[in-house]
Design a protein around this ligand. Structure first.
Ligand code: GLA
Length: 382
């Protein structure tokens, strides 16, 4: 049921507005956003929709099309981290309201109906979509105008401090600030974004996201450990973020680190930032298919140096490449989730059946394909 339909059914009146925010994939620039790096994600055409109206009862009511059941009602004053009243799937949503109020915004009660079409557990940022749409709905209908980067910042705060997942800023920024027909160059050190035109179909290419069906959890500690490694390296090197290290300075910096694991983590981040720069140059020069090698180099670096891949992701990349993809890499946090592959349009079927034949041979769960195209970030729809 649509968000508006669910709203009317649940609250017996019309919503004041319907808004949406998308999931995302990352073209390149992985595990760099929490250490000042460059990323190049784009919003996908799977969105979280939210119909909403203010209420005068100082409570937030929520209902979700994906979680049939009663309306959940929480008093505004009971919305805070670790509150016993909000231990549920709705944490992303309550977290965004909490972050808005933390920032000093006056927010009344709200009735909300959510219909999220962003697949969960696929590494496509379903949580960022819910956070961003909530932050946009509640600010907009409260008469508060927030820039996309502010929506993203509050949404990341919801995820970090309310839900308790130590993610970087990429996913929320992509969900809030993307534009159809482009990838989003986000410089997390400068806090700036730029939309770079990206239209693979003009070159007879398609972007295929291959969901390995391996579920990942950023909360499981590995992600936090990678962040901690980056922080340790910056301390040893006497710099603020790993972005402050250029490719030229890398060999000397690696000499200063006495731990091999730390050296490989740093090498990944520094070379990945450089791959983003190269990717942007190629896209600006209209040479989309030339980015394939950079995608593969990114995957190998994540696989061997950063060690955030898994057998299913590696297999999906290898199978896609041998079936004719021009580039493929894991996308998102890793340890499961999805691979993004750039494929000549006529080979999409071949690649997918190649991946699944190899998956069957290895006893892996069948992977799920999805063709994606760059979509708009968070917006008001009605
Ligand atoms: C997850 C996090 C992002 C980013 C990626 C890795 O998606 O939420 O902030 O760190 O992993 O690039």
């Amino acid at each position: 049921m649509s968000a508006a339909g669910l709203f009317v059914q649940s609250y017996s009146h019309d919503p004041e507005g319907v808004f949406s925010a998308p999931g995302r994939v990352n073209l390149i620039g992985e595990h760099t956003d929490y250490t000042g790096g460059l990323v190049l994600p784009f919003a996908i055409d799977a969105r979280a929709w939210m119909a909403a109206a203010r209420n005068d009862d100082s409570v937030v009511r929520v209902v979700s099309a994906q979680r049939p059941g009663a309306v959940k009602t929480v008093a505004l004053e009971d919305i805070y981290p670790d509150s016993p009243a909000v231990r549920s799937w709705a944490g992303y949503l309550f977290g965004a309201i909490w972050a808005l109020r933390q920032a000093g915004h006056q927010v009344s009660g709200f009735d909300l109906a959510l219909d999220s079409q962003v697949p969960t557990g696929a590494g496509l940022s379903s949580s960022a979509a819910v956070e961003c749409v909530t932050a946009l709905v509640v600010s907009n209908l409260s008469g508060i105008t927030l820039a996309p980067l502010e929506i993203a910042r509050l949404s990341q705060q919801a995820e970090n401090d309310f839900v308790g997942v130590p993610c970087g800023p990429m996913d929320q920024t992509a969900s809030a600030a993307s534009r159809a027909g482009s990838v989003l160059l986000f410089d997390s050190r400068a806090g700036t974004v730029e939309n770079i035109p990206f239209n693979p179909s003009a070159d007879d290419l398609a972007v295929l996201v291959i969901d390995t069906k391996v579920t990942h959890s950023l909360a499981d500690g590995e992600y936090a450990r990678r962040r901690a490694s980056c922080e340790r390296a910056t301390t040893v090197l006497g710099i603020r973020t790993l972005r402050d290290l250029s490719l030229d300075e890398l060999p000397a910096a690696l000499d200063k680190l006495d731990d091999d694991v730390l050296r490989r983590r740093v090498r990944h981040v520094v070379t990945e930032n450089d791959r983003v720069v190269q990717t942007v140059e190629l896209l600006r020069a209209g040479r989309i298919s030339a980015i394939g090698d950079l995608m593969v180099a990114s995957h190998r670096s994540l696989q061997h140096d950063y060690e955030v891949s898994c057998p299913e992701l590696d297999q999906a990349v290898d199978s896609a490449l041998s079936a004719g993809a021009v580039g493929a890499r894991m996308t998102g946090g890793g340890f499961g989730g999805s691979v993004i592959a750039l494929i000549p349009t006529e080979l999409v079927e071949t690649v997918m059946s190649g991946v699944n034949a190899d998956f069957a041979m290895r006893g892996f769960t069948t992977a799920v394909p999805r063709i994606v195209a760059p979509a708009d970030g968070a917006r008001r729809d009605e």
